[in-house]
Structures are given as structure tokens and as C-alpha cells.
Ligand binder design. Structure first.
Ligand SMILES: *Cc1c(COP(=O)(O)O)cnc(C)c1O
Length: 396
């Protein structure tokens, strides 16, 4: 096996070559090691491997060569010391949150969370004696006010789903340091290219690799990245013994997805910027929230912590649910789907799909109205997408 040296590479190079480990066949494309276990040359070798005295793989629930390549490529991209890949974004979020908590601890989280993340914080954690407080994460003072003597963990998503609200990552990270807690950031909406939570001071970053990292709607996957000490001492045992491992086949798909991530995110962000401007100026649209526009409510924080706009747009149509549904149904290229970060442009009506389980009050708090739509830009020609949106707005 030969290894590449990946120091000092820019993202686009690291995403093509980072983490590659070649077998003795010298394959160009990374190999898929579809195996559960590994064999040892001798009983002594097995003993040494289990003792950790000899490097190598033991069982694919713990580590696998293809999964390892994906983890190392993610580390190179994120600038993290260590990573653990998981079977889905939710497996990654749950492991990152629960691995270091125990009954009696307190967690503060931004209330605008992906639905399942909110369920883990609001419903699951209290069952095990973990206290949780959800705050309006857009204002730093809300995070400060929620701190208790037993606060151990802060959790946020930024930009949020679906209203693309932004939290001050450096500010919350500083607060976490002040009180001896840790900040976990769900960076799915920003992608690893447009925002670097670890550089901003966050302690742990999590992804649903199902979204932009796969980017072609094929596999579920997730990944947790942090410093080596935290992964070894907090995450590793939880990961090893609860078994949220990523399949080698899916790891391979995600590894190949990473190769084209910068090209895709650049193209999607460019189309999103054009469509956000079109929607913002349209008489049938009440409001557009887009991190790349100067009229975003938190444009100042975005300028400090993000490197670009977003591949997603949140738009509020004037006609309420009726107008939103008519618009969705009139689109020809955009597909109605709750996924995001895909090669195909997608649109979803959060109030009746991704956020239908929230109370009317909770939805109102998050700014999700009956006319709210979330658009995820794909890889189609930008002119075609613009024409699709314009035509659909005309007919409603
Ligand atoms: C999709 C998503 C998740 C969950 O990821 P899965 O791969 O679907 O389990 C978590 N957080 C955010 C922000 C997401 O968009």
C-alpha cells in the first residue's frame, strides 16, 4: 500500500487525491473493500492487532479501508484531525451529541433544527435525564441567557433549514469555551466549502453526506469531524459499540462524490444567486431569504463566517399554501422532493412535509408560513432553471 502526502493541498486537490490508499494492483479509482472482517497471518498477528500493537483492520463495524479513505479525504477538506463516517446524517448527529453526555447534563440548541435533530434534542435526550433548552439561535444573547451550571454542550445548524437563518458560530464557540462546554455544528446547509466551523472555533462538525457530498441522490451517509483527542476519548467507544458504521459501498460513492463537490457547489450557488434575485424582484413573491444577498437579515454575520452564498433559497409566496402548491405543480424542471444538494433541482413545501410535525406555533416561531418554499438548486443549465421559475410564476 502506498500513501499520498496531502499536506498543503488546496480543497480541490485534496478532494481528488486526499486519503487515497492503493492496493498492490495500483488501481486508479479507489477500491471498494466490501468485507466484514479481515484475516491474520498468525494467531500472534491477531493478538497484536487486537492489542493495537500492530496497525491494521479488525472488523468493518470499527473501521474499513474504503470508509477510512472517505474519512481521511473529509479530514483533508475540513482541516480536522480525525473523522468517523456513519450510516446517515442522523447517525452522525446522534453519536456526536450523545457520546459525551450523561444524565444531569444540560444542552443548549438553536430551535431552528432539521426535524429529526430537533426530536433528538427535544424528545429523546430528556428521556435519558439530559436537560435541554431550545433558543432562538440568531441572537447570541439568547445562548448566553440559557447557560446553566451543568451546561455541557451547544448545538446549532447554520444556515438553518428551511429559513436560512444564521447563527454566530464564533460567538457561540467562545461562550462554550467560557463555560467549559463544546459546540457541535451541523454544517450541512453551508457545505464544507462555504463555511469552516472548526476554523471559527467550533469543537465538532457534523454532516449528512446524503446531501451535497453524495450530491447525486444515491446514498445515505454521515460524518463527524473533530480533534483526535475528542474522537478517541469521547466518540470512539460510542461509535464502536453502538454500530452506526457506514457501508463500504456507500463510502466509495461518497468518496467519488467528493471529487466533484467544488464544481457542483460552485454551479449550484451561481444558479441560486440568479434565482434568488429573480424571486426577490417578483410581484408574486413576498420575501426571499438567501445568504448571498445583502438584504439577508444577518448579512453582517454571513460576511464574517461564510465564503459564499448558498445552494438553497427560502422564498415566501404571496398566495399562501394555494399559491405555493400551484407554483410547485407548475414547475417542469424542478422536482418536488424533500432532499437537497442533489444534481436535480428540488423544491419542497416545509409546512406540509419536512416540518409538518411541528405545532403551528413552533412553525410560526421559525418563520415557516403557508407560502414558504425551499429550493435546492441542481446542476441543470441556469438559464433553463430561470425560465422554469419565471414561467411557473406567470401561470399561478
Ligand atoms: C438531512 C439532514 C440531516 C439528516 O441527514 P440524513 O442523512 O437524512 O440522516 C441532518 N441535518 C441536516 C441539516 C440535514 O439537512
Amino acid at each position: 500500500m502506498t500513501e499520498n502526502s496531502e499536506n498543503d493541498w488546496k480543497a480541490q486537490t485534496a478532494l481528488v487525491h486526499g486519503g487515497v490508499t492503493r492496493s498492490h494492483f495500483g488501481e486508479t479509482s479507489e477500491a471498494i473493500y466490501l468485507t466484514q472482517g479481515f484475516v491474520y497471518d498468525s494467531a500472534e498477528a491477531a493478538e497484536a492487532r487486537f492489542k493495537g500493537e500492530e496497525p491494521g483492520f479488525v472488523y468493518s463495524r470499527y473501521a474499513n479501508p474504503t470508509v477510512d479513505m472517505f474519512e481521511r479525504r473529509m479530514c483533508a477538506l475540513e482541516g480536522a484531525e480525525e473523522a468517523r463516517a456513519m450510516s446517515s446524517g442522523m447517525a452522525a448527529v446522534t453519536a456526536a451529541l450523545l457520546c459525551s453526555l450523561r444524565a444531569g447534563d444540560h444542552v443548549v440548541a438553536g430551535r431552528a433544527l432539521f426535524g429529526s435533530c430537533r426530536w433528538v434534542v427535544e424528545t429523546l435526550m430528556p428521556r435519558y435525564g439530559i436537560e435541554t433548552t431550545l433558543v432562538d439561535g440568531a441572537k447570541l444573547e439568547n445562548w448566553k441567557a440559557a447557560v446553566r451550571p451543568n451546561t455541557k454542550l451547544f448545538f446549532l445548524e447554520s444556515p438553518t433549514n428551511p429559513t436560512l437563518e444564521v447563527a454566530d458560530i464564533a460567538g457561540v464557540a467562545a461562550l462554550a469555551n467560557e463555560v467549559g462546554g463544546r459546540l457541535v455544528v451541523d454544517n450541512v446547509f453551508a457545505t464544507p466549502l462555504l463555511q469552516k466551523p472548526l476554523e471559527l472555533g467550533a469543537h465538532v462538525v457534523v454532516y449528512s453526506a446524503t446531501k451535497h457530498i453524495d450530491g447525486q441522490g444515491r446514498c445515505l451517509g454521515g460524518v463527524v469531524l473533530s480533534d483526535r483527542e475528542w474522537i478517541d476519548e469521547q466518540l470512539q467507544d460510542f461509535f464502536r459499540h453502538t454500530g452506526p458504521s457506514l457501508s463500504p459501498f456507500n463510502a466509495w460513492t461518497l468518496l467519488k462524490g467528493l471529487e466533484t463537490l467544488p464544481l457542483r457547489v460552485r454551479q449550484q450557488t451561481e444558479s441560486a444567486g440568479r434565482i434568488a434575485d429573480l424571486l426577490a424582484d417578483h410581484p408574486k413573491v413576498a420575501r426571499v431569504i438567501y445568504p448571498g444577498r445583502e438584504d439577508h437579515p444577518q448579512a453582517d454575520i454571513i460576511a464574517r463566517q461564510m465564503k459564499g452564498g448558498s445552494t438553497l433559497i427560502c422564498a415566501e409566496l404571496k398566495g399562501g399554501k394555494k399559491g405555493a402548491f400551484a407554483f410547485e405543480n407548475a414547475l417542469k424542471i424542478f422536482q418536488i422532493s424533500n432532499n437537497l444538494g442533489d444534481a436535480k433541482s428540488l423544491i419542497t413545501h416545509p409546512a406540509t412535509t419536512t416540518h409538518k410535525n411541528l405545532s403551528d406555533e413552533a412553525r410560526a416561531e421559525l418563520g415557516i408560513g403557508d407560502g414558504t418554499l425551499r429550493l435546492s438548486l441542481g446542476l441543470e443549465d441556469g438559464d433553463d432553471l430561470l425560465a422554469d421559475i419565471e414561467r411557473a410564476l406567470d401561470v399561478i
